[in-house]
Structure formats: structure tokens, C-alpha cells
Design a protein around this ligand. Structure first.
Ligand code: AMP
Length: 216
């Protein structure tokens, strides 16, 4: 089964994606993470996209599609992918369809996490990632402590695009470019709405119910 996790920045796609990976033995593809790796590794692509990422603008479809093809064509991940943060516009959605067809797979469902703008701003502005182990915490909702995190707190860091004015821009980009593709998936009957404001475990239970109904 291949799943698309859909929702605004800060909706919890990364958190829920990791939980789904663990329970269903899938492989998560976050285009944001792939792009941040390019920046971290100082590649040509990394240098090209650094400032666009910092200001919260979308990266060109050509770059994104090239990254995605490498994953979809990899036999190791055949039919067990979770897409987080992709597709972000209609062109990417259509490219995904054609690649999925080409490699004889299918999209099983689109899980859309609904979260209001106010909560998103609070979630993103409090977000902290551990650069040592990759765990994600939130100063307001889920602070790191010695009970839930083994690394030194000095490793906790904020993403460079998690600043107040950038969050606003990212949210507007989501409304203008990304949200319209929901109609594309509604027409294909793949779409499931989820209340993304509920507790992490409650959201996950709902996701599990949906995925179980697909498996039967
Ligand atoms: P994310 O980690 O999903 O919040 O993405 C962080 C940033 O990476 C976005 O603000 C964009 O600049 C870029 N990005 C991630 N995924 C995509 C995508 N599918 N298309 C274009 N840009 C993307």
C-alpha cells in the first residue's frame, strides 16, 4: 500500500508518518527531509535551493520529481511508501500518478490532516528537532525531557524556515498551490479527512482504522 499524507505545514504529517512506518513496515518519503539533506551535504541542488527553503517557497517541480523518481523506482520500497509533503501542487500530483503507473504500483489513500491556522502557528513556532537522533518535540505541546529523549538538550534545534513570517508564507502557499489538489484525489475516491487537532494517539487510532478498512 502507498499512502499520501496531506495537510498544511505543522499538521503532524511527520509525526503520524513515523508511527505508520513503525506499525505497518512502510517507508516514509519526506521531500522536505530530502531537500534538507541536500542542503546539509552542500550539494549543487542544496546550494540552489537554500534561500528558497529559508523563505518558505516551493522548490521547482523538476528537482522534486527527480528526487521522487529515485524512490518510486527503488524495488526495496515497492508498494510500501508514505509520501509526506508531496505532492504539493497539481503538476506534482500528476507526475506522481504517472510514475506510480510506470512502476506498476497504486496509491491506496490520501489521509488529510485538518488543523486550523492558529494551531499551526503555535505548533511550528514551538517545533524543535534533535539533530542527533532526529526526534521532533514541541516546546508547548510535547517538550523534550530526560523521560522522552536520550540525547543532550544541546542537540535540540529549530528549523531555519520555522520563523513567524515564513510560517505565514508557507501557509499561504499551502492554501493557493497545495489545497486545490484535494479535488483531484476526491474525484478518485482516495480521500479521507482526519481531525488533526486531536491527541497524537487518537489521530493515529483513526488512521489505523482507515488503513485496516483498506487492507480487507
Ligand atoms: P516540509 O518539511 O514538508 O515542511 O517542507 C519544507 C520546505 O521544503 C517547503 O517549505 C518547501 O520549500 C520545500 N518542499 C518540501 N516538499 C516540497 C515539494 N513537494 N515541492 C516543493 N517544495 C517542497
Amino acid at each position: 500500500m502507498n499512502i499520501i499524507l496531506f495537510g498544511p505545514p505543522g499538521a503532524g504529517k511527520g509525526t503520524q508518518g513515523s508511527k505508520i512506518v513503525e506499525k505497518f513496515n512502510l517507508h516514509k518519503v519526506s521531500t522536505g527531509d530530502l531537500l534538507r539533506d541536500e542542503i546539509k551535504n552542500n550539494t549543487d541542488i542544496g546550494n540552489e535551493i537554500r534561500s528558497l527553503m529559508d523563505e518558505g517557497s516551493l522548490i521547482s517541480d523538476n528537482i522534486i520529481n527527480d528526487l521522487i523518481i529515485k524512490v518510486i523506482s527503488n524495488k526495496k520500497f515497492y508498494n510500501r511508501l508514505i509520501f509526506d509533503g508531496y505532492p504539493r501542487n497539481l503538476n506534482q500530483a500528476m507526475n506522481l500518478d504517472s510514475q506510480i503507473r510506470k512502476y506498476k504500483q497504486k496509491i491506496s489513500c490520501v489521509l488529510s490532516l485538518n488543523v486550523d491556522k492558529e494551531s499551526i502557528i503555535k505548533r511550528i513556532s514551538g517545533r524543535q528537532t534533535c539533530i542527533n537522533c532526529g526526534m521532533v518535540f514541541n516546546e508547548h505541546y510535547y517538550p523534550a525531557s530526560n523521560k522522552n529523549h536520550a540525547c543532550d538538550p544541546k542537540f535540540l534545534s529549530k528549523r531555519t524556515d520555522d520563523k513567524k513570517n515564513t510560517i505565514q508564507h508557507r501557509f499561504e502557499t499551502y492554501l493557493n498551490k497545495t489545497l486545490p489538489i484535494l479535488d483531484y484525489y476526491k474525484e478518485q475516491n482516495l480521500f479521507h479527512q482526519i481531525n488533526g487537532i486531536a491527541e497524537i494517539d487518537q489521530i493515529f487510532e483513526e488512521i489505523c482504522r482507515i488503513l485496516a478498512s483498506l487492507e480487507t
